[in-house]
Ligand binder design. Structure first.
Ligand SMILES: Cc1cc2nc3c(=O)[nH]c(=O)nc-3n(C[C@H](O)[C@H](O)[C@H](O)COP(=O)(O)OP(=O)(O)OC[C@H]3O[C@@H](n4cnc5c(N)ncnc54)[C@H](O)[C@@H]3O)c2cc1C
Length: 396
């Protein structure tokens, strides 16, 4: 039975992560009546210490956040540009002598990406949501989904219910909405954990993002302001668990050695956190009056720093579709939503191929393939047009 006192709206967004909040802002700006729901209470952000959750944002993401006014509320003094990337292929204990250098200027752009803290972006998104006076229901998990003739009804754990033409599920890789609708997923377990932490560094990073690829292991050091870097170290579960047992200063010493003292001595300025790494892809991106966006639709390996960027592209795809509709269009209509699914599937499949493919490529036991990988990295450095093409793909 649907609660008669249901809140009524055009769109209910489930999930107040980066992707869900961005969808709320963009849809509210289109004049849609939006309600936001999340199982967790509304967070309070204290932007003093460096947040260990860091994102590399593509220029396209930054540009979209500017268009919807979110970038105006971001603390720019805490954002770092990436002017170049240096990529090493590590075979055994030795790094290749000639890393691949990708420079923004190779592709005639000013920066390859920018590095931002999660909390910096989230507080900016919340400022916009408050300014747009979007109704929010925080701290109440979702419980059930029901349908009326022309609405979907989200029933919450506290028995409150929200009726909407469209439900946007941005409720994480463990999506309640996706599971409740029995949308199956394709799962690849990398059997890896990603360790993340921030360090103060002795030598300047020069606005370069450094990345090392080896067998089922990637290590990235992303530049942050004031001589800091953010580490994202994805490695086999057992190795990661061993590193997690170390004290912060001991892990810093291990990292210094691992990168051959490239940035001098490292001082930890955050705790170390760990994340399970899986590739989870929903087999359908839409259902009756429902679209999946963000990690609810696709979780990818962080080696390419693209998970959230992919989610932002979902939001762009959805708001574009809705913006180009006529006044009488039912935005929850499944035939209409098929346009979203069609538009997003190729991008998501491409990202899965890229991240899984790189993970397997650098793990190959074939001597021929190993040699080709090493030579490939070296040769690529001498092919400016191919490098420019790769940069354009990575920054789109
Ligand atoms: C180590 C690491 C490094 C990464 N680095 C990058 C990077 O550099 N660049 C990049 O683009 N991406 C990166 N990613 C990927 C990125 O973190 C994710 O893709 C992104 O955070 C997904 O955002 P989301 O809003 O879809 O989901 P989430 O951030 O998971 O948010 C989901 C929200 O839904 C809520 N929720 C869950 N269940 C319910 C429920 N039942 N009812 C109501 N609400 C619910 C949660 O409380 C949460 O607020 C990285 C990931 C990892 C693990």
């Amino acid at each position: 039975m649907v609660n008669k006192t249901a809140i009524d709206c055009d769109v209910v967004v489930v999930g107040a992560g980066l992707v869900g909040l961005t969808a709320v802002v963009a849809l509210a700006q289109q004049g849609r009546r939006v309600v936001l729901v999340d199982a967790k209470p509304k967070p309070v952000y204290q932007m003093q210490d460096w947040d260990a959750r860091i994102y590399a944002l593509t220029p396209a993401t930054e540009s979209f956040l500017k268009t919807i006014g979110v970038w105006d509320a971001v603390d720019l003094s805490r954002i770092n540009p990436v002017h170049a990337m240096t990529l090493w292929h590590v075979d055994g204990d030795s790094s290749q002598q000639n890393p691949l250098n990708l420079l923004a200027e190779d592709a005639n752009i000013t920066q390859l990406a920018c590095i931002a803290e999660s909390s910096n972006l989230l507080q900016a998104l919340w400022q916009q949501i408050d300014a747009l006076a979007v109704p929010v229901v925080m701290g109440v998990p979702s419980h059930d989904l029901q349908y009326t003739d022309d609405k979907i009804v989200l029933v919450l754990d506290n028995h409150a219910s929200i009726a909407a033409r469209l439900l946007v599920a941005a409720d994480s890789a463990h999506s309640f909405v996706r599971q409740h609708l029995a949308i199956s997923t394709k799962v690849k377990d990398f059997n890896q954990l990603a360790l993340v932490a921030n360090y103060q560094i002795e030598k300047p990073h020069g606005n370069i993002a450094y990345q090392w690829f080896s067998s089922h292991e990637t290590l990235a050091l992303l530049p942050l302001p004031n001589q800091h870097v953010s580490m994202v170290w994805a490695l086999a579960r057992a190795d990661a668990e061993r590193l997690l047992m170390l004290k912060g200063a001991e892990l810093a010493l291990t990292l210094e050695k691992q990168i051959d003292y490239l940035l001098g001595s490292l001082k930890p300025v955050s705790q170390t956190f760990s994340f399970e790494l899986r590739q989870v892809t929903a087999r359908a991106l839409i259902a009756n009056r429902v679209v999946l966006i963000g990690d609810a639709a696709h979780q990818v390996h962080p080696m390419a720093g693209q998970g959230a960027n992919l989610g932002f592209r979902d939001v762009i795809g959805l708001v574009d579709l809705i913006a180009h509709t006529h006044a009488l269009q039912d935005i929850g209509d499944q035939a209409f939503l098929r346009g979203y699914e069609r538009a997003r599937k190729t991008d998501i499949a491409g990202m899965n191929v890229l991240t899984s493919g790189l993970d397997s490529l650098f793990a190959t036991d074939s001597p021929l393939l190993k040699r080709m990988t090493a030579v490939g990295m070296r040769q690529l450095s001498n092919l400016p047009r191919l490098k420019a093409f790769l940069i354009k793909q990575a920054t789109a």
